[in-house]
Design a protein around this ligand. Structure first.
Ligand code: ZN
Length: 452
């Protein structure tokens, strides 16, 4: 009987000692010639505050979050480990997910957004948004070029850690030009806090998440934090109220915090939300996704969502430090350029109709004249108001022990022009549709801009 030895050396232990196997500890598993394990033990590493995802064959891949294989004795036939001869060992690297949720993003444009640096000057920017158009829930979009084939001016975001992407953004972000049209994806690890989880959040929804994660946040946030703006009056306006537009919306406060300042450097609205939020359309049973009805008067006061516990605060610290405020253009008063429409400076924001379809020059109800400009990603991928599958967003859920990804609606920041109770979203097919602003059935898919 021929024996093979496999050593899984925990190369990541140097920087993550808590709870791990001791540095240099090896997993040795003996296999017979049919690749069936006959003895040995395999210990999955653990680390406080992080989830072990699997193994990578290089440290660079591990840093970028790329899993090559999940090593269990049964996975010995995996190509990454096959071919190891008798007595030989192979070093592999642990891949960790920090936090409790993932958000898959793609590159929308380079040097396209006007951004305001805190204490710095304008250099380069990279704009990210949801990794729409593919099922990025249980998979990911491969790098457009292999790490080994990268050159000084052609690199892929999927191959690099956020620290590396941030550093390159400051010097020459155009090394990532091809990622825009290739749709390459990247994971943002989130650490959703108890406030945003609310009462209905279930770890089980996320436990089997693989790939780069879902392209929008749905189960990750309690339903009351997915409403655009709850209703404030009975009657038809219990369905929501878009008065004041995106700058005054509850969902904007969820992204950046109710206390997001309105001094000249950050924003220029003080009326983030109205106080008398009463009506939200939600589920009575979060776990079974059933029982849709109107719930009244028991929403968490949005003023308790601050910069300390808003969605931005759930981002990794290195990203929080590198994200700069973008000029978010609202068109609350349709096509009014006399000063009624404000520009807010936000770090997380929702896309507009104008920014999501390449033929958005034809202004209409959902595509408002003053809500920004089209991104290169949309242009290069040819996403139009008649060919829009590239805008489909996916969310994640589990049923029993099986993980699923489903396409669903995701919010835009564009209010309906004529009827107060509506705002727009991207539909399950990738075009637009209106929904009650007080509805919680739409997902949140924020954009952000990296800068200096
Ligand atoms: Zn790429």
């Amino acid at each position: 009987m021929r024996k093979r030895w496999i050593a899984l050396v925990m190369a990541a232990v140097m920087s993550v000692p808590a709870g791990l196997l001791a540095a240099g500890t090896q997993n040795k598993i003996t296999y017979d010639m049919n690749n069936s394990p006959i003895n040995g033990t395999y210990k999955e590493p653990s680390k406080s505050g992080a989830k072990f995802l699997g193994w990578a064959t290089t440290k660079e891949k591990a840093d970028a979050g790329t899993v090559d294989f999940n090593a269990t004795p049964e996975d010995k036939t995996n190509a990454s480990l096959n071919g190891i001869g008798s007595g030989q060992t192979k070093t592999v690297y642990a891949v960790w997910q920090e936090g409790n949720a993932k958000y898959a993003v793609a590159l929308y444009g380079i040097d396209q957004d006007t951004a305001k640096m805190d204490g710095g000057s304008y250099t380069h920017t990279m704009t990210f948004g949801p990794a729409t158009g593919g099922n990025y829930v249980t998979s990911h979009k491969d790098a457009h070029i292999a790490l080994s084939a990268e050159t000084a001016d052609d690199k892929c975001i999927h191959n690099h850690s956020w620290d590396e992407i941030i550093a390159l953004c400051r010097t020459n972000p155009h090394v990532f030009d091809k990622c825009v049209e290739s749709g390459c994806t990247k994971t943002v690890n989130l650490d959703i806090n108890d406030t945003l989880k609310g009462g209905g959040w279930q770890d089980g929804y996320l436990s089997d998440e693989t790939g780069d994660g879902p392209a929008m946040l749905y189960k990750e946030l309690h339903d009351e934090f997915r409403v655009w703006q709850p209703g404030t009056e009975s009657g038809s306006y219990q369905y929501g109220d878009n008065t004041g537009g995106y700058p005054a919306s509850r969902i904007r406060a969820v992204l950046n915090g109710y206390d997001w300042t309105s001094d000249g450097s950050h924003g220029n609205t003080t009326d983030l939300t109205r106080a008398n939020q009463k009506y939200v359309y939600t589920r009575s049973d979060e776990s079974s996704n059933t029982g849709w009805n109107w719930r009244t008067a028991d929403l968490t006061d949005i003023s308790t969502v601050t910069s300390d516990n808003c969605l931005l605060s759930c981002f990794p610290e290195n990203l929080q430090a590198a994200i700069v405020p973008k000029a978010v253009k609202s068109d609350t008063v349709y096509n009014d350029v006399s000063g009624n429409n404000v520009t807010t400076w936000d770090k997380l924001w929702l896309f507009s109709g104008k920014e999501m379809w390449v033929d958005s020059g034809s202004d209409n109800d959902a595509i408002r004249p003053n809500e920004g400009t089209i991104y290169d990603r949309i242009t290069k991928q040819g996403i139009t108001t008649s060919s829009h599958a590239g805008n489909k967003g996916y969310y994640f859920y589990t049923s029993g022990s099986t993980a699923y990804g489903n396409t669903d609606y995701w919010w835009l920041r564009s209010p309906n022009r004529y009827i107060r109770r509506y705002a727009y979203n991207v539909s399950i097919s990738g075009d637009w549709i209106r929904d009650y602003t007080g509805g919680s059935g739409d997902a949140v898919a924020p954009g952000f801009v990296l800068g200096k």
